[in-house]
Design a binder for this molecule. Sequence first.
Ligand code: FAD
Ligand code: SF4
Ligand code: SF4
Length: 394
Amino acid sequence: MAIKVIKDKCKGCSICVKNCPFSAITLENKVAVIGSACTGCGVCVEKCPFKAIEKVEEEKKGAVDVHQYHGVWVFAEQREGKLMGVVTELLGEGKKLAAEIGCELCAVLCGHNVENLTDELIAYGAEKVYLADAPELANYTTDGYSKVIMEAITQYKPEIVLLGATHIGRDLGPCLAVQCNTGLTADCTRLEINPENKGIMQTRPAFGGNLMATIVCPNHRPQMSTVRPGVMTKAERDDSRKGEVVRLTPSFAEGDIRQKVLEIVKNATEQVSLTDADVIVAGGLGLGNAEGFDLLKKLADRLGGTVAASRAAVDAGWIDHAYQIGQTGTTVKPRLYFACGISGAIQHVAGMQNSDYIIAINKNENAPIFEVADYGIVGDLYKVIPAILDALGE
Ligand code: FAD
Ligand code: SF4
Ligand code: SF4
């Protein structure tokens, strides 16, 4: 919506100028003029006693016929011939969305010699797999993958495209969105279908995690989202499922792929797999020092889990960032999450609140972590954890 002054009706009374909360109106030759600071809040429309200001429908730039687009697509990210964990989560979520819309769930798979993965994608619920298999796609490159997927989107017109918010998904998603002239909502934590228009409502934390924003994409297609690993529920595998494989025929001319992968150097921190852990024992500033993690590790080892941390513990230099849980770390959904000496700031809770069971150990009985905990133990973690270890026995 845009705000427009009907010049013939404006009496220059300046009531709108005084009432605009964004100081967006000035009087020029005794006529109100709306400036670029206008947010479209509509206050002036209400306040003008002469009905000289109105809201007008803005032209929808580059809008497409949304009815031509059908189906939910999941980007089936694979590395070295192995599907990333987030793909099964996206298929689980995609299936739910596709059922609500009444359309099919598809996966789009790129790589070289990856055809064997199509069965796995079908077993996890994809009714159709678009497969682009070519030597040029052996390693991920922005140009190579985006060219192939963009061509497929242009030809098959999916209404929704979901990608994992991995390093690759975060690179590929925006690139495709720009090429398709559509929007992309990054790092979604909830996806729902609006029952009225079947559009997707994409919810993600905004303003430092202090509020949740729900974003829609009404006039452009596909509607695109990246979803953080560990947020959505994994699809159930069923090897009896049947599906169709549609082969894409990628062809590349000289210069199409501007990036060249010279060497792949694995980061040691990539080996920390928090998203796959069933049990996580996380420590915060309440540990008091880096050595506190040795105690947490004992508990984690006893339960077959892994340690993790709050940002404050990472910022203190006690543990690598790869272990950080939360809005600016990893989002996890283990069966059991121990929060030891962690206060429960919203940015931390955003990354672990979907755990099946949360056990909080904190000296302060008023710590916010107890609001999300299933079991709360008020006490010094250096007494409580050894007691738990004793109780667990050898
Ligand atoms: P504190 O808040 O200092 O809490 C320490 C707790 O330990 C206290 O509750 C205390 O009672 C308890 N305690 C002390 N001694 C003991 C003991 N001996 N036994 C038991 N309990 C004890 N934080 C994250 O964790 N992850 C993020 O991804 C993240 N992203 C952020 C992004 C933004 C934009 C911002 C602004 C902040 C972010 N934060 C994040 C920081 C967050 O706001 C908090 O500052 C942080 O989570 C606090 O960490 P903490 O709970 O370990 O420390
Ligand atoms: Fe003009 Fe209405 Fe604003 Fe008065 S309140 S200056 S009449 S637009
Ligand atoms: Fe100001 Fe709101 Fe009117 Fe825009 S719509 S000019 S922001 S009062």
